[in-house]
Ligand binder design. Structure first.
Ligand code: FMN
Length: 365
């Protein structure tokens, strides 16, 4: 089964798009961490549908209920269960999809694997599943600064289709990201992206792009060679998100066009600490954080469900056509930003707990 993620900070999500609700059970959260409903809700509101005219118009409040594990605003160290009930379900919108497989969605593969699927709203393959991840990420985001006082994580839209933003990765803040509905801190690029998405929606089509994420204030030492290297776990976390197609850390694929003399990050002493002069490594060497910014990029494909008529096949194997109806994101990226941040926080929190467990914390602070 693949519904649980993490070793010491263990996150299990449950629920389908049109069932009773969606949620998460978080096990391994340390006790006495301050956390409020409002802090979890704030993150869920960033992911929620219907935030702007650029996203799906499904109207979900996504109100979270903390069922266990938190008492008087503090974690108890016991499993934290968080539930969000589904409200604005419209199963009728999906009747056609019950019979016809949407090209490049999960309809065919779920049917091939399980022999049964909840076709309403995409069932478990719906991005509503990520509500549980965002709630768990909100908890992880409270634990990490309790361990590392300078910890900070920021994700943002770096590219939509062929529009590439100019962003200073080392200075960008969450408030810069939240200044527009695209979640792109380059205001001029964001404007162009917004009009492209509007145009594409009007044409019944969709577009993808790139989200970049940076984590600052992570000390050296996080990551468990060899199979749970930090970048390996980040890659798994990101590629487990719906609609992702690629992951690169640091220089990523551009490293293939560089020489060692250009690509190496020379060590130097700065402020009494061992630092690197450049950061092509993306803050990870040998699968272990080196104390520099950890940054990576995630590629998202254009949304699968589009109003364009496309060739497909029915559950009874007849060739047919499908022009999808219903409420869909013409571009998933603005809503995916808090989800990328949440998964990164979950990975870092898990590795922070694992590093504490081996007891060498802080040697190279
Ligand atoms: C925030 C977000 C919103 C999404 N919204 C939609 C949507 O409205 N319609 C759709 O077809 N896919 C949407 N997706 C993507 C599908 O869930 C995903 O493409 C599908 O499960 C198939 O999985 P795969 O693309 O990873 O292969 C969304 C993904 C994210 C991250």
């Amino acid at each position: 089964m693949g519904n649980t993620f993490g070793r010491l900070f263990r996150v299990t999500t449950f629920g389908e798009s049109h069932g009773g609700g969606i949620g998460v059970v978080i096990d391994g959260c340390p006790p006495n961490i301050d956390i409020s409903d409002a802090e979890i809700q704030r993150e869920l509101d960033r992911r929620r549908p219907g935030q702007s005219k650029l996203t799906t118009q499904r109207k979900e409040e996504d109100r979270c209920e903390i069922l266990s594990g938190v008492f008087e605003g503090k974690t108890l160290g016991t499993p934290i269960a968080i539930l969000v009930r589904n409200k604005d379900a419209r199963p009728k919108d999906y009747l056609e999809i019950a019979r016809k497989f949407r090209p490049s969605h999960a309809d065919f593969t779920y049917e091939a694997k399980y022999g049964i699927r909840n076709w309403q709203g995409g069932g478990r393959a719906s991005a509503r599943e990520t509500i549980g991840r965002v709630a768990a990420g909100a908890v992880a985001k409270k634990i990490l600064p309790a361990f590392y006082s300078e910890f900070e994580i920021v994700a943002y839209v770096a590219q939509i289709h062929e529009i590439i933003a100019k962003i200073n990765r080392s200075t960008v803040k969450m408030r810069d990201v939240e200044q527009n509905a695209i979640r792109c801190p380059d205001a001029a690029a964001a404007k162009k992206m917004a009009s492209l998405i509007e145009q594409i929606r009007g044409e019944g089509d969709s577009v993808g792009g790139v989200i970049e994420c940076v984590a600052r204030g992570v000390p050296p030492g996080l990551g468990e060679p060899v199979f749970d290297k930090l970048e390996a776990d980040l890659a798994k976390a990101m590629l487990s998100l719906p609609a992702t197609k690629g992951f690169e850390i640091g220089s990523g694929f551009t490293a293939t066009r560089m020489r060692g003399s250009e690509h190496n990050d020379p060590f130097e002493m700065r402020g009494g600490k061992i630092r690197t002069a450049t950061n092509n490594s993306g803050g990870v060497q040998g699968g272990i954080s080196n104390g520099e910014e950890i940054y990576f990029r995630v590629a998202f494909k254009p949304t699968a469900t589009i109003a364009h008529e496309q060739k497909t096949v029915t559950t009874s194997r007849e060739q047919t056509k499908l022009a999808a109806r219903g409420r869909h994101d013409p571009c998933v990226l603005p809503r995916a930003v808090p989800i990328v941040e949440a998964m990164a926080a979950i990975v870092l929190c898990d590795h922070a707990l694992r590093q504490k467990a081996i007891g060498l914390r802080g040697r190279w602070k």
